[in-house]
Ligand binder design. Structure first.
Ligand code: DX5
Ligand code: ZN
Length: 222
């Protein structure tokens, strides 16, 4: 799946920007609180407004402190998937996953580049999505960190061997080149901000990314 990130869109025209990526699978919305990350974007009222106009399901990526308190609201707003950061959870992240699922959303757990996957293997049994950050969270337009790909491969192996049932999502620095590496490693959801909204034709950019990911995933399966 391709999930364009609204972070790289024109914030003065969010409805139009959401419609420009109607060919994609999920619309990725980066919520930042200026505490968990050094940047501030938008919150629940704006997500509710986007939800009303988006042609595709929302994938909310919460880069915020106290996700146990705030995340369920994003699920109740109708998001398809709501992802919280493992590093931001003060208690067991499984409690957040249960609340998200009870509110009708898929539950996602994100890990920063320096956070080991092994610390969360048991917890992940109750999640639907693992978001492996391929940049430090906070800003769009950064360079892809290929060093985190072993975490993607490890997660894919756990899915293939039946130990986990998860989407494996990558976020940060994904473009036509790096998406190949991520797909070869086993990712199946690809967030792309600048590569989609920075392109003259976002629909073409989405088709190009999808094609590159499909080819790489097919090569991996052989
Ligand atoms: C970064 C955000 C990403 C960002 C990706 O903290 O989580 O979703 O929008 O933007 P690009 O694709 O430009 O790296
Ligand atoms: Zn994101």
């Amino acid at each position: 799946m391709i999930a364009p990130s609204l972070l790289s869109a024109d914030f003065a025209r969010l409805a139009d920007e959401a419609r420009r990526v109607a060919d994609a699978d999920w619309l990725h919305v980066d919520v930042m609180d200026a505490h968990f990350v050094p940047n501030l974007t938008l919150g629940l009222p704006v997500v509710e407004a986007i939800q009303r106009v988006s042609p595709i399901p929302l994938d909310c990526h919460l880069m915020i402190e106290a996700p146990e308190r705030w995340a369920p609201g994003y699920a109740e707003a109708g998001s398809r998937n709501v992802t919280v950061h493992a590093e931001a959870c003060s208690g067991d992240p499984r409690a957040v996953a249960r609340d998200l699922r009870a509110a009708g959303a898929l539950a996602g757990l994100a890990i920063k580049p320096g956070t080991p996957l092994e610390d969360y293997l048991e917890v992940l049994a109750e999640f639907d999505t693992l978001l492996v950050m391929t940049v430090e969270p906070g800003f769009g337009g950064q360079e892809f960190i290929a060093d985190v790909l072993p975490k993607v491969s490890a997660a894919r192996r756990l899915v293939e061997t039946g130990h986990l049932r998860l989407f494996v999502e990558v976020d940060g620095g994904v473009n036509e080149d790096t998406i190949v590496q991520a797909a070869e490693a086993g990712a199946d959801v690809f967030v792309a901000g600048s590569a989609v909204y920075g392109a003259d034709d976002p629909a073409r950019a989405i088709a190009g990314l999808r094609e590159r990911a499909r080819t790489a995933a097919a090569a991996r399966a052989r």
